[in-house]
Design a protein around this ligand. Structure first.
Ligand SMILES: N[C@@H](CCC(=O)N[C@@H](CS)C(=O)NCC(=O)O)C(=O)O
Length: 242
């Protein structure tokens, strides 16, 4: 039985897992968990993960949550090319360094800007106050600056000449606010050139396939309305940002 990956491609960590499996020709069954329909709260999904977040991987009787753990599992199980998670002590440590940093920096800040620019207005019908938006943008810009100056420097990829899990996890997060009309690559030639290299390594067709739903984020309100999810999302917003 192939791996089962429980995914919704609106989610950045789901896209990293999806792209990694695709680019490494790892056979998997795509089990869609539609977050816009609240399928993560279903009884069926609850049996897969009580955390009720995607991605989740099932390999036979083994279930694994957390994108980074899933990526590392696939690296080991399928013996993917070394550059993804190098055996070299220092290069592996650099991948780990980025993966450890990004949760509370790039992921947090890019997601917040995405929610402020797209999800909050879609769900509440009101714009986020300028002060809050400016502060979120400041955090994102600072993470992008650290990314360029500390993690990328003048290298083609984070660990040097080759793409690794660090670039993969970075790109899916950095692209998230782009669907809201915010071109984070504008006036950032180093970041733009890196994005093109990452896209080329992953394959432009599969990269675009993975990011299609996020490019059409304006369609989400209709989906929430259709699925009766607006109230639930309002509660979620209050918990997230109040
Ligand atoms: N640290 C987790 C994050 C997983 C996560 O936050 N997933 C979100 C989508 S990006 C989710 O499933 N949210 C559903 C919910 O909170 O109800 C990972 O890297 O896998």
């Amino acid at each position: 039985m192939p791996l089962q990956l429980f995914l919704d491609l609106h989610s950045q960590p789901c896209r990293s897992v999806f792209l990694f499996a695709k680019v490494n020709n790892i056979p998997f069954e795509f089990k869609k968990v539609d977050l816009t329909a609240g399928q993560q709260y279903s009884d069926e999904f609850g049996k897969i993960s009580i955390i009720r977040k995607v991605p989740v991987m099932r390999d036979g009787d083994f279930i694994l949550t957390e994108s980074v753990a899933i990526l590392m599992y696939m690296v080991q199980k399928f013996g993917t090319p070394d550059h993804w998670y190098p055996a070299d002590l220092r290069k592996r440590a650099q991948v780990n360094e980025y993966l450890s940093w990004q949760h509370m920096a790039m992921r947090l800040h890019a997601s917040k800007v995405f929610w402020f620019r797209a999800m909050v207005p879609l769900i509440t019908g009101a714009e986020v106050p300028k002060e809050k938006m400016d502060s979120a943008m400041e955090d994102l810009n600072s993470s992008l600056k650290f990314f360029e100056e500390k993690f990328l420097q003048d290298r083609p990829f984070i660990i040097g000449e080759k793409i690794s899990l660090a670039d993969l996890v970075a790109i899916v997060e950095i692209v998230q606010p782009v669907g809201t009309g915010l071109d984070v690559f504008k006036d950032r030639p180093k970041l733009s050139a890196w994005r093109e290299r990452v896209k080329k390594e992953l394959g432009p067709a599969v990269f675009d396939e993975a990011h299609e739903v996020i490019a059409n984020v304006h369609n989400l309100r209709q989906a929430f309305e259709k699925n009766g999810m607006l109230e639930l999302f309002k509660t979620k917003l209050q918990k997230l940002f109040n």
